[in-house]
Structures are given as C-alpha cells and as structure tokens.
Design a protein. Structure first.
Length: 256
C-alpha cells in the first residue's frame, strides 16, 4: 500500500560561503550536532533574508532526523522508502545516515531519492547539501529547499512517479485513439510495463497485473480495459470547451 507524508517541519539549517569546486564534487557532511544549525521549516529560501545581495554565492546544509514513528523501517519488509523533493535550488546532494543517496544538478525539476538501501532501524538522519552560484537565472530564483518534501512508502514493485502517460489522437470519424504507456520501478530500476511483464513471464511466481479504465468524473466507466502500449478507440467522447468543460479520468491499477 502506498503512503505519502509531507515532512516540512522541524528541519535544521546553516549557510556558509561557497566552497571551491574540488570540495563540491564530494561535499563532507557536517557533524549531526554542529552548533551552526538552527531550526527552519520548509519551504525555505536563504537568499531572501539578505536584501543587500539576492545573488550571494553560498551553500547551505539542511538536516532532519526522522523518528521510527514516521519512518518505521523494517529490513525484512519488501516496502521501498523514497524521498520526493518538489524543488531544490540549485545543485544538491542528499545523504542518508552519512551516506550519499542521490544528487541533482538542476534547480527547477522535482526529483526522487531512494532511501531504502541506507536506512536503519530507529531514527534516520537526512542531510541535504545545496550549492548556489550566480549568475544562473534571468529571474530571482532563491536558494534552498524552496518547495515541499514528501516521504513515500511504496511496494517493492510500483508505478514510478510520473510514470503514466496517455497518448491521444483524434480520428477522422470523430472518435479518439488512446494508448497508455506506463513505467514500473523495482529497487530503483525503471522499466516500461511492456518490458517488465515480458521479463516477469519467465518467473513462475509472477502475480502482478496492470489495468486501466476510462471514467467520467462521476465514476461512469467509458472503457473498462485498456491494453498496455496498444492503441484503442474511444467512442462518444465529448471534448472539453469553454461552454461544455467535459473531463475524463484514467484509473491505473497495479495489483497482485
């Protein structure tokens, strides 16, 4: 079962001058009890506090210790734990219990870091190193974890974040062609659903199935089964316009 929890409160932070390029290739995490840390909540922008220099070259460290009540890690479970960042500006590296778990060298994309290989029973500590160097943007960008952070628990095999795409084309007769593309993830490795199930067919214990259906917003089913990666034709679809804002939803289910 999927769970998703926003963890924006009770972070610690400190800012320091920008390091030279040799140290940023592998930043050294500060001690957990470093006296420079002070409390902040997310979203957080450290540049906005200095009105005299909104483009100050600098770097920051964020730290959060997550209790076992919030992150009940069990090494014997197949559940996978992920940390989803809506936005960090600009270059960042994520550490879990002192071990580097991921990085992103771009400030405008959301991204996800897999925590499971680095977790332990009890409390777990997250450190995020963020590096800001100007010039880098036409507009004021801010610096830091400027959007929410989410802690996610998912099954060992799950639909990847942003892993569902619907490809539609209007046909000459007024009907619509729909083709669904889905990306599945297992232990941090992503595969198209087509490739995943092709490899799983050789596994006698394989018991997963992926299904789709098209519904109106009130739950009326338009099409109950959509094959994976194969176009189907939808009839009696009413397009959206300003006078008749018709909307439909596609329900995707990965079940065992």
């Amino acid at each position: 079962m999927n769970t998703c929890r926003r963890i924006n409160s009770e972070w610690l932070f400190f800012k320091q001058p920008l390091s030279d390029t040799t140290t940023t290739l592998s930043p050294t995490p500060p001690a957990q009890n470093d006296s420079r840390f002070y409390p902040v909540n997310l979203p957080h922008d450290w540049l906005i506090a200095n009105s005299a220099d909104h483009y100050e070259n600098s770097e920051g460290w964020y730290q959060k210790t997550i209790s076992s009540d919030i992150l009940p890690f069990d090494a014997s479970s197949d559940d996978d734990w992920l940390l989803y960042f809506e936005g960090v500006y600009m270059d960042c590296t994520i550490f879990v219990n002192g071990m580097q778990a991921g990085e992103l060298k771009y400030g405008y994309s959301s991204f996800e870091v897999r925590l499971t290989p680095f977790l332990k029973t009890g409390e777990n500590t997250i450190l995020v190193h963020v590096r800001y160097q100007s010039p880098n943007s036409r507009w004021y960008s801010g610096a830091g974890i400027y959007r929410s952070v989410w802690l996610k628990k998912v099954p060992a095999v799950h639909i990847a974040s942003d892993g569902i795409a619907a490809e539609t084309h209007r046909l000459e007769n007024g009907n619509w062609s729909l083709c669904m593309h889905t990306t599945l993830e297992k232990e941090g490795i992503q595969q198209s659903a087509k490739d995943f199930f092709a490899s799983e067919n050789d596994n006698p214990n394989a018991s997963l199935s992926l299904s789709f259906c098209v519904q109106t917003l009130d739950g009326t089913v338009i099409l109950s089964e959509i094959p994976k990666d194969t176009p189907v034709t939808l009839t009696n679809i009413q397009p959206w316009d300003i006078n008749e804002p018709n909307l439909y939803k596609i329900v995707c289910t990965l079940s065992e």
